[in-house]
Design a protein around this ligand. Structure first.
Ligand SMILES: NC(=O)c1ccc[n+]([C@@H]2O[C@H](COP(=O)([O-])OP(=O)(O)OC[C@H]3O[C@@H](n4cnc5c(N)ncnc54)[C@H](O)[C@@H]3O)[C@@H](O)[C@H]2O)c1
Ligand SMILES: [Zn+2]
Length: 392
């Protein structure tokens, strides 16, 4: 049987409904004009996932479906299912950016139909940002939209992609070119699940937290400076602190600018150059967070040249990036990166916008960066990047 609760059951008497809650769970409220929901972060959340979902939904879902990847399911599937009276129906997405596409969306929507999904069904994304983006998009368009819940399993997905409602897939012509906003009903970020995350993925994800601190939370920057060894050794308390602060920052920005027309732009610190580096290396050399790490080094350099941060603040921020490295080595020309960023002479016209740190814990947008200025900052970064040993 594929249902969530046994037929005829209200689900309200589920044995785990009143189970004791896990200590040190943090609840962060996301209030956007279109939806209000909680992000719950803590270690061991999977143990009580079903009753927590039950408390979240207004109406009991007729069926529950989970989208995950085979490798995540092999590691965590059993723990995931344990709190459910009836196991949810599992759909799979093979890992990798190349599977975040329209073909997967068509396959998954058809599989949902064939498995009996309808408008009363609930979808759960159980995986990293790729699973989350595809699952959210499928939920947004299946029968004109069904609710979904995010259970992110990578650091990046916990602090960034699961919050904010951006969903979508790639086209051969470009990344994230088809998608929509569809906010989840709730996000459950179980920190224990990060225990199996490859070290490189953790370090890359941490770059998004560095970004969060730099743009809006000076105390997070200080904490990350002082507790790198605990964070990198996955000490639960240290991770909780960083994850909760990063989510809080994102929730706050998204609440003010749900559809990315203004303030949300500050979340792009380091991303213009980061995306250009990903593109110039054909998405084969850098994880997204690593590209953002190098992108931030370039932008910090730009900020120092412009005087929005002091020389000592620049040193401090650059050290912080390297504390969470190593970032892979790059062998690129600055002009190529500037061209890939779309900010070369042809396209600039004074409108390419850059997010720059204003001191530490604040950021602003400038729109008059010249190609020469950008090339100098990228050149500085590439000098460092060519000296770095490649990470494994
Ligand atoms: N929607 C948004 O707002 C938003 C924001 C940022 C990024 N994104 C998207 O997120 C995607 C990147 O997400 P990601 O960095 O999470 O990568 P990912 O989803 O590719 O996951 C990285 C790898 O880690 C594996 N993995 C996941 N959890 C694991 C665990 N607990 N233990 C062991 N292995 C695990 C995955 O199977 C995968 O191989 C990109 O497609 C990007 O465009 C979306
Ligand atoms: Zn990012």
């Amino acid at each position: 049987m594929m249902g969530y609760w046994p037929p005829g059951s209200t689900g309200l008497n589920h044995p785990l409904r009143h189970c004791s809650t896990i200590k040190n769970v943090q609840t962060i409220r996301v209030n956007t004009p279109s939806a209000k929901y909680n992000v719950i972060a803590g270690s061991g959340l999977l143990e009580t996932l079903a009753p927590r979902i039950l408390r979240t939904v207004d109406k009991l879902p007729r069926r529950i479906f989970v989208l995950t990847s085979p490798e995540i399911w092999a590691l965590w599937g059993e723990a995931f299912q344990r709190s459910f009276a009836e196991p949810p129906v599992v759909l799979f997405l093979e890992p990798g950016e190349r599977n975040k596409n329209m073909r997967s969306v068509e396959r998954l929507t058809r599989e949902l139909l064939r498995a009996g999904a309808d408008r009363g069904s609930l979808l759960i994304a159980f995986g990293g940002g790729i699973v989350g983006d595809v699952c959210g998009f499928v939920a947004a368009i299946f029968m004109r939209g069904i609710p979904f819940i995010q259970v992110p399993t990578t650091f990046l997905a916990q602090v960034d992609s699961s919050v904010g409602g951006k969903t979508g897939v790639n086209l051969p012509e470009g990344k994230n070119m088809v998608g929509c906003f569809h906010q989840p009903l709730a996000v459950f970020a179980d920190i224990a699940v990060l225990g199996t995350l490859p070290e490189r993925e953790l370090r890359a994800g941490l770059m998004e937290s560095v970004k969060s601190g730099v743009i809006r939370d000076r105390s997070l920057v200080r904490f990350m400076e002082q507790h790198a060894s605990q964070i990198l050794s996955r000490d639960t308390k240290a991770l909780e602190r960083v994850i909760a602060a990063s989510i809080r920052m994102k929730a706050d920005v998204v609440a003010h600018d749900e559809h990315d027309t203004g303030l949300r732009m500050i979340l792009n610190l380091g991303h213009t150059v980061g995306h250009a580096l990903e593109q110039a290396t054909h998405y084969k050399v850098l994880l997204h967070g690593e590209a953002v790490g190098w992108g931030m080094v370039a932008v910090f350099c730009l900020a120092r040249q412009r005087g929005t941060i002091s020389a000592s603040q620049f040193d401090r921020l650059e050290r912080l990036i390297h504390l969470y490295g190593p970032l892979p080595a790059l062998n690129l020309r600055a002009a190529k990166v500037v061209a890939a960023s779309g900010a070369d002479k042809k396209n600039l016209n004074g409108v390419k916008r850059f997010v720059l740190p204003l001191g530490i814990g604040d950021a602003g947008v400038v729109d008059n960066v010249t190609p020469a200025e950008l090339e100098a900052a990228v050149g500085y970064m590439l000098t460092q990047a060519s000296e770095k040993p490649a990470s494994s």
